[in-house]
Design a protein around this ligand. Structure first.
Ligand SMILES: Nc1ncnc2c1ncn2[C@@H]1O[C@H](COP(=O)(O)OP(=O)(O)O)[C@@H](O)[C@H]1O
Ligand SMILES: [Mg+2]
Length: 271
């Protein structure tokens, strides 16, 4: 299963950092938010007692109005931000309480894709992906093999030598996805990854995440694009007023209650 080698390296790192690995973690959900609070300003809390459980191998959309905390939620998992209160358990370990020395191992287990791709335009496609492995000191021979495999998975085999800047937006996002999956993380976080793409390309990129999900990787996909949420019935988590509400079969069933680009009006009880 994809991710298992990365998971074991996370455990290895955790052990090296002097923290006991808990073997029962393997049977637990991959991600648990327990009563999480986060605010950037005391008078404007973003998450207010948010709880959420993601099982291994799920594909979950995170949606909600602009400013509802979708990006914040993802950044907390990746330890780009810290919770004010509550716990976030990733593979059974409390992310908020990992020592700084264990954060690189966490990040090797969590791939991240952003709306704006974040590639280095003058670098080759190959180098943009390879950097993720070079920073951990993987031998060049292995880097070449793994980058080649990742580019093939995203449909860019043969494009490695091209400078990133000559690629279309959709292709650049594929490079960013290759970079996120090249260490075979257990979890992929996608923060509005289709936000800069036109509708057909957005569907293509969604399909790419679905392919990655098929290989066993858990995917958390933040978007406010209603048209993507309707592509297939799947679990949707709606963030609003600092809390998460689950819609297990997706929003398509509750269309009558929804305004196209307004989430404030969702009748959460009925959903
Ligand atoms: N680094 C930051 N500093 C201060 N406020 C922030 C920061 N990041 C986000 N916010 C605020 O937190 C709220 C949630 O933002 P965000 O998580 O980006 O929401 P979303 O991704 O759902 O649009 C917004 O009100 C936003 O302005
Ligand atoms: Mg956001």
């Amino acid at each position: 299963m994809a991710g298992s080698s990365a998971q074991s390296s996370f455990r290895h790192q955790a052990l090296r950092a002097g923290h006991r690995y808990d073997p029962s973690a393997a049977s637990r959900p991959i991600l648990v938010f327990e009563d999480v609070y986060k605010s950037y300003r005391a008078d404007q809390p973003v998450l207010r007692g948010m709880s959420l459980v993601i099982e291994r191998g799920e594909f979950v959309f995170v949606t909600g109005p602009s400013g509802s905390g979708k990006s914040t939620l993802l950044r907390l998992i990746h330890r780009t931000e810290q919770v004010d209160d509550g716990r976030i358990l990733f593979l059974g370990r409390d992310v908020a309480r990992l020592p700084d020395s264990a954060v690189p191992a966490l990040r090797r287990n969590v791939g991240v894709v952003f709306q704006d791709f974040r590639l280095v335009p003058s670098w080759s496609v190959f180098d943009n992906v390879a950097i993720a492995l070079e920073v951990i000191g993987l031998p060049q021979r292995l880097v070449r093999t793994r980058v080649g495999e990742a580019l093939e998975r995203v449909g860019l085999a043969g494009r490695g030598a091209d400078p990133a800047r000559v690629l279309s937006g959709g292709e650049q996002q594929r490079v960013a996805v290759a970079r996120a999956i090249v260490h075979e993380p257990a979890l992929i976080l996608a923060d509005e990854p289709t936000g800069n793409l036109d509708p057909q390309l957005a569907i293509d990129v969604l399909g790419l995440f679905e392919d990655i999900h098929e290989t066993g990787t858990t995917v958390l996909f933040a978007t406010h694009d209603r048209s993507l949420l309707d592509v297939r019935p799947r679990r949707v988590v709606i963030l609003d007023e600092g809390k998460a509400t689950d819609v297990p079969q997706g929003l398509a069933e509750s269309d009558a209650m929804l305004d196209d680009d307004e989430f404030e009006d969702i009748d959460i009880e009925a959903a």
